[in-house]
Design a protein around this ligand. Sequence first.
Ligand code: MRU
Length: 342
Amino acid sequence: MQFIEWVDGKLRVLDQTRLPLEEVCLELCTWQEVALAIREMKVRGAPMIGIAAAYAIVLGVQAVEATSRADFLTTLEDIAGAVASTRPTAVNLFQAVRRMRMAAQREEDIAQIKAALITEARSIQADEEEATRRISLLGARLIDDGSTILTHCNAGALATGGHYGTALGMIKAAREQGRNIRVLATETRPLLQGARLTTWELLRDNIPVTLITDSMAGYYMKKRDIDCVVVGADRIAANGDVANKIGTYTLAVLASENSIPFYVAAPSTSVDLSISSGQEIPIEFRSPDEVTHVQGVRIAPEGVEAASPAFDVTPHDYVSAIITEKGIVRSPYAEGLSALRC
Ligand code: MRU
């Protein structure tokens, strides 16, 4: 099953909000439907958001009947701006939108632009999938036989397309290479991407996984039951600071305290060399309802104040290595990341 697919002029995605209880495919026919699916996290994960955004732009321009190239490009700009405003943290979204804009600018007439945009969206998808395959193979080298790996949120194929994913890709590749490994997956409150998605993905690949609550991570690290932590990223600043799902920073501090390697696996499209440190990364705040409710069921008293930052920033000092498709980068990150020319 492909988790994202362009079929007969429509975007077909697996609705990640329904997993693991139901496997429901959505056929998205307009850019507004795709934008809503990104906002509501039916489609999620940094590279996957970028891919979906590219196809949203394709869907948006198909229906446009402009009389001039300039009018057409203005409408394209409006759609691209709206698609880019769906979620603020994952930089892959903005990279994909930029690539689509550039592909349009290169063409002379409207028909050519429409055709070029389909080609570009397909190539954004292919590039992300190839990047994750390379990350998986490179990163697998860091995982020893007999390891127990802690991962947070979902950085698997659901978040990237293709077969591997980033953090889960390293784990899947190590397993394919015959290593005996075990995963501890944090449930990842508030939206439970670990409990719902990571466990689902690993079980499908027959990789042993144990689900724990976020608050149990320190217990297992202290007991020396965890050999390394591997997570994905939504944006990596030029100095190596990493924005990822809320709770990642806590895990990185715990890993450091217990001398456990903390690895970040991400495609170069998640690296943002335009910002010097993680302080500049915009952090998405989502509805407090996501904290007061679990899967739509209220668990906190009516009227209580709640907050829901969706991401946090892990300072680069806590990161043992960043695994990209272009190579494994270690401290000093500023030099290593700029050498990748992202
Ligand atoms: O809010 P989400 O579920 O889109 O957040 C996803 C994450 O934080 C992932 O770890 C990150 O996007 C990497 S996906 C390969």
